[in-house]
Ligand binder design. Structure first.
Ligand code: AMP
Length: 283
């Protein structure tokens, strides 16, 4: 039986655990998640294990980053299975707070990131990135790890985290990790659990369409025309609507309208009540 991670429920417990490790001269990595762990999350854990003496995974379905009518209530909560996976992965501690612990009575603070937070998912999920930034600021400043790891699956989120960490002088190294995919190319996501078998067959179309935009732009094609074609492909495959398919600068997230520039292809589309996102780098 692999050793179970220590379960920490309070910010004070988290701080105490990190302080004990620091006293022993050990380095610490943090991997924030919302749980319902899959191999994408576990790839971040493996990376973290190679970077620090101790690894903490946090599991918290953060109410502040869900809008009205989004899937906060139905988001999968699988703590027992998650902790078993963390044990197998050799993770030292799991920080699993309640919403009350993170947002106690009287909580009144917001975090907002201009520009990077206004485009792509920011334009379609008002308040989402403010809520995400709020919890990540709290996690980073509570644990103060040497390094925190985030997936490129949520590439815009990663860029926003890099921005506010620099802006707020949070002394933590932020590391991005590559996207883990199913054999057919679908990006792993906790939300893939919502998909019916029929929807699962359709879902890969988003990844494939974004990849074809990547290929076209890489070969010198027009980003806007390729994005428009991809939108058609995704709808034709059976998606109900497309929030965006766009080619943007990987650092500033500004729209790329001409070939030959640094670029990344981003997409978000809806299949029934499930919203899926994906992105591909144009090397
Ligand atoms: P979540 O639990 O969805 O908030 O994700 C927690 C972390 O895992 C975030 O940094 C995500 O970007 C990352 N992540 C989620 N899915 C994947 C994936 N398929 N590949 C790599 N990282 C991922």
């Amino acid at each position: 039986m692999p050793e179970e991670p220590v379960i920490l429920r309070g910010v004070a417990d988290l701080r105490g655990q990190v302080a004990a490790w620091r006293k022993a001269g050990e380095t610490v990595a943090l991997v924030p998640t919302m749980g319902a762990l899959h191999d994408g999350h576990l790839s971040l854990m493996r990376l973290a294990k190679g970077l620090a003496d101790r690894v903490i995974a946090s599991i918290f379905v953060n109410p502040a980053q869900f809008g009205p009518g989004e899937d906060y209530e139905r988001y999968p909560r699988t703590e027992t299975e998650d902790v078993a996976k963390l044990a197998t992965a050799g993770i030292d501690a799991a920080f699993v707070p309640t919403a009350r612990e993170m947002y106690p009575e009287g909580f009144a603070t917001r975090v907002h990131i201009d520009r990077l937070g206004d485009v792509l998912c920011g334009a379609h999920r008002p308040g989402h990135f403010d809520g995400m930034a709020l919890i990540v600021v709290k996690l980073l400043t509570s644990a103060l790890p040497d390094v925190a790891i985030f997936g490129e699956k949520d590439y815009q989120q990663l860029q926003i985290i890099r921005r506010f960490t620099a802006d707020l002088n949070i002394p933590v190294r932020i590391l991005g990790a590559p996207i883990e995919r199913e054999p057919d190319g679908l990006a792993l996501s906790s939300r893939n659990r919502y998909l019916s078998p029929e929807q699962r067959r359709i879902a890969v179309a988003l990844s494939l369409a974004l990849k074809s935009v990547r290929d076209i732009v890489k070969a010198g094609g027009d980003p806007s025309a390729a994005s428009a074609t991809a939108r058609e492909q995704v709808l034709k495959a059976g998606f109900d609507s497309v929030d965006y398919i766009e080619v943007r600068d990987p650092a500033s997230l500004e729209l790329v309208t001409a070939p030959g520039k640094p670029a990344r292809v981003f997409g978000a589309a809806r299949l029934g009540t499930t919203r899926l996102i994906d992105n591909w780098a144009v090397e």
